[in-house]
Design a protein. Structure first.
Lengths: 302, 318, 285
């Protein structure tokens, strides 16, 4: 998700659908036609969005409170709900920092390092985009499961990855891997090396240069990447489905809980959990939008 | 600290940036590396700074071989063409940076920053951000920043290239005066021969990775060693293989032994200087440089035929 | 004139720290960092992919082929690929349309609409399934019920892939030099012609990129489909659900084989489109 794309709005006074030149010497009928065209396109676009996006999401709010506040509060108080909620949070708090460090490291490697095969490395980082989450889960089981490549070694050392929290963290980390790297790389590229070289001539060590000069320069790209990573991590379903064993109260993240409630005909429970996730999603959207303006301003200043 | 560069070579892929370069810069000298783009002057500067490593040769600063010493340990101050400001830090913090990373006590840092900002006449702007400064102010900040850690050597890479003509002129004079005050060995890179002539005590002329000639501005102007140096420094008329300076051409009101006739094609008045474009009898075109008074005395007019005396032309072995 | 700078015989050297081992230490840290990155990447991406490919081919290529060509697998793969393709093409049209409106048009609430585009990305896929079911499922307030139909597959995929083309096209559209269109108009071109000959060619690389991303995303989609499609084999069971079922039934080899097929499709399409758009931008711009 390109950070320069999200939140990109036209400056006021930009051309409408009909190029300005076409209206010079045009009749009133022409202008009416152009206006009708513009409204028509707008209606189609907005209608499409409303039917596909807005209406369904509005339904969550409606359906959740359909039977009043009571059932909602009951659902929120369910111990399994709360366990699922906190498990999701815990997983995010581990996976996101790991991916952030990885993303910044990769960005530095690709933008400041000198070696062949950068294109290949870039493709590897993007690979989680192309793989179905279920496939990710399967692949992880094949390595870290009891009969997987590392299965014997893990059992020997008493470590359980699959069907346990570490596996969920792993799966979540894989699916949300690329975002920080993808958002940081272009910013790092735009930043250029001049300031870093200046810092070197002034006596700064590599670490000092990174901490005092490079990192502040890329921080908005990093933050935006972190927001995207968090959103993806919170919402992950497929990979965690495979990897967790979906044991209620233990290895059930919030998205898994939603499915569980649904399949057990606890519709209110499902909707309440969905609502919580949707609210978190809306929070993410807000953050994304606020930050896009900052990242673009930062890029413009460079 | 004196600087010695010996037999330095540098290639980028198949492109040779520097080829067997030798220069010597005396302690406290103010030297210009002058040449067209691609001549290797910036590469040489960066090698002296430690921002690049040469493929061959050595660099010596103050008698010590620093060829494999990284930039941060060389004690050089470097000023970039586009200032390389730390955009997210205030002017004061920019200037303080070198001291901050050396973990000097805060009081000491504050004191020195104040002194330096006063030196470069940026006091009062300490809490501004680089985005709020003009080009000239940014360059002065960059200088203050480089000077803060008392470098043994000050290196400037086309420091005034990105500035307006007027600001450039001001900063040139200011750099000269600064050097008079603090006597740090200074090397600056420029493609502007006028700038080099005006500011530097010693000029090193570079071309295609090689040193063409090194000397004082006067030496280079009056005794150029080859065609490139003569055409690069100062105005020149080219007559086949011979070169004549425009102001060495004498315009006479009447014929005299050793003079030829010439047709005045065009007269250009540039304030104090007057340029006269002439055509010689054999069809060759040259131009002469006169003062306003000389031109007036001759009562020049376009289309006029007068006598010119050319000096002994300078020729260089191919 | 006395130097305004502190005297240079101050006792503390202001040169950079002359750590003899500094350079080696820096190189060591660099190597350690690269090593950690390598281990992380291997543990999360390289090893799992390798294990997947290895598992899918244990028993040789005939076994692989057998798993992949079982009737149910073929149905699932076909449904996935065709549906994803159709969806990607629909996105090409509607996504561009939406991007156009967001960039070139002005209306109240545009900023909110623009923000909402990213919702399918931020929303967990299972929740997407739930909400689509709420509106277009059994108790639909508008009377549309697509549960257990292929339309449900299309609907869910459209939802989750919405942002890709839009966000891919928007920045390009923003950067597009209006002067080009005005020049064309002043030379007598009608708006439709300007669109066809000036605007769309410039947008094509971005559209293709968005389409490729849509396709790759759609091929792998799982969470939004499990609830609304009913996962009926041969009818609404997509590749990812088939794989999931095989895992549950311990047919790991079958799951791995079909996984490789889907992964291959996505990677190939992504690669192809990237090359295509790069070729186009080099030859058209």
């Amino acid at each position: 998700m390109s950070s320069s794309g999200a939140g990109a709005l036209a400056p006021p006074g930009s051309a409408a659908l009909a190029p300005r030149g076409a209206t010079s010497g045009s009749t009133r009928a022409d202008r009416r036609r152009a206006r009708a065209r513009r409204l028509g396109v707008r209606t189609i676009a907005l209608g499409y969005l409303a039917l596909l996006l807005l209406a369904p999401v509005a339904m969550i709010f409606y359906r959740t409170f359909e039977h009043g506040l009571g059932p909602v509060l009951d659902a929120l108080g369910e111990p399994n709900f709360q366990k699922a909620f906190w498990l999701s949070i815990e997983v995010v708090l581990i996976a996101v920092p790991l991916n952030t460090a990885f993303g910044i490291g990769m960005a530095l490697l690709l933008e400041r390092g000198r070696f062949k095969g950068k294109a290949l490395l870039g493709m590897l980082i993007d690979l989680p985009f192309a793989i179905s989450p279920v496939v990710v889960g399967l692949a992880l089981v094949l390595v870290y499961g009891k009969t997987g490549w590392l299965g014997d070694w893990l059992t020997e050392h008493g470590i359980q990855v699959i069907f346990s929290v570490p596996g969920i963290v792993l799966a979540t980390a894989v699916v949300s891997l690329p975002f920080v790297a993808r958002e940081t790389i272009p910013v790092l590229h735009e930043l250029g090396t001049d300031a870093e070289q200046a810092a070197a001539t002034l006596g700064a060590s590599g670490w000092q240069t990174f901490w005092r000069v490079t990192l502040p320069g890329i921080r908005w790209g990093v933050v935006y990447g972190v927001v995207l990573t968090t959103a993806r991590a919170l919402g992950e379903f497929g990979a965690v489905s495979v990897v967790s064993g979906r044991i209620q109260g233990q290895t059930q993240t919030l998205p898994l809980y939603v499915q569980d409630r649904f399949e057990n005909f606890d519709i209110t429970g499902a909707y309440v959990a969905s609502l919580v996730l949707a609210l978190l999603a809306l929070g993410t959207l807000l953050a994304m939008n606020l930050l896009t303006r900052r990242t673009r301003a930062a890029k413009a200043a460079i | 600290m004196a600087i010695e560069v010996q037999s330095v070579g540098k290639r980028f892929g198949t492109f040779t940036a520097l080829d067997d370069v030798n220069i010597r810069v005396g302690d406290g000298a103010l030297t210009a590396l002058l040449g067209p783009s691609g001549s290797g002057k910036s590469t040489l500067l960066r090698i002296i700074a430690g921002l690049e490593e040469p493929d061959e040769g050595t660099v010596t600063i103050g008698g010590a071989d620093v060829t494999s010493v990284p930039a941060r340990d060389r004690g050089v101050g470097f000023v970039f063409q586009h200032y390389a400001p730390f955009k997210h830090m205030t002017v004061a913090n920019n200037v303080a940076f070198g001291l901050t990373v050396r973990r000097r006590p805060r009081a000491e840092i504050q004191e020195r920053v104040k002194e330096l900002l006063a030196l470069v006449r940026l006091d009062g702007l300490a809490d501004r951000y680089p985005s709020q400064l003009s080009g000239g102010q940014l360059q002065r900040m960059a200088l203050a920043r480089a000077l803060a850690v008392q470098p043994d050597v000050l290196l400037l890479d086309e420091p005034f290239g990105a500035l307006d003509a007027q600001v450039r002129a001001e900063l040139r004079a200011w750099l000269r005066r600064l050097h008079d005050e603090i006597h740090v060995t200074t090397i600056f890179v420029t493609h502007d021969q006028e700038e080099a002539m005006e500011v530097a005590e010693q000029i090193v002329v570079m071309h295609e990775g090689r040193i063409e000639q090194a000397g004082t501005p006067r030496e280079l102007y009056e005794s150029p060693r080859n065609e490139f140096v003569m055409t690069f420094i100062g105005p020149v008329n080219r007559l086949g293989d011979a070169f004549v300076r425009p102001h060495d051409i004498q315009l006479l009101s009447e014929a005299s032994p050793g003079s030829t006739e010439a047709l005045v094609q065009r007269i250009v008045h540039l304030g104090f200087e007057v340029r006269v474009e002439l055509t010689l009898p054999d069809g060759r075109e040259i131009w002469a440089q006169l003062t306003r008074e000389e031109a007036q005395a001759l009562e020049l007019a376009e289309g006029q035929i007068l006598s010119v005396r050319l000096p002994a032309p300078r020729e260089f072995a191919a | 004139m006395e130097s305004p700078l502190p005297s240079s015989d101050s006792t503390v050297s202001l040169r950079g720290p002359h750590w003899p081992g500094a350079r080696l230490r820096a190189q060591g840290a660099g190597a350690l960092g690269k090593g950690l990155l390598g281990i992380y990447l291997s543990a999360l991406v390289l090893a799992p992919i390798a294990a997947l490919v290895a598992k899918s081919t244990t028993g040789g290529m005939d076994a692989f082929w057998r798993e992949v060509s079982s009737k149910e697998a073929v149905a699932a793969i076909k449904l996935t690929l065709i549906a994803s393709l159709i969806i990607a093409l629909i996105n090409a049209v509607f996504g561009t349309l939406v991007a156009w409106v967001l960039v070139r048009d002005e209306f109240r609430g545009k900023r909110i609409v623009n923000a909402v585009i990213d919702l399918p990305f931020a929303l967990p896929t299972i929740v997407a399934g739930v909400v689509l079911l709420a509106l277009y499922g059994k108790n639909s307030p508008v009377g549309i019920d697509v549960t257990f139909t292929r339309a449900a597959v299309g609907l869910a995929l459209l939802f989750v892939t919405l942002p890709f083309v839009v966000r891919s096209v928007q920045p390009v559209l923003l950067e597009l030099d209006l002067a080009m269109e005005e020049a064309a108009a002043s030379l007598g071109a009608r708006p439709a012609t300007v669109l066809r000959r000036i605007v769309l060619p410039s947008l094509t690389p971005a559209i293709l990129s968005g389409v490729a991303l849509s396709f790759a995303r759609a091929v792998g989609e799982f969470g939004s489909l499990v609830l609304i499609t009913g996962n009926l084999p041969f009818k609404t069971e997509v590749g990812s659900v088939y794989i999931f079922n095989q895992i549950e039934n311990d047919n790991v080899a079958a799951a791995a084989a079909v996984s490789v097929v889907l992964m291959f499709a996505a990677v190939v399409v992504l690669g192809l489109f990237t090359l295509l758009s790069r070729w186009r931008s080099r030859h058209v711009l």
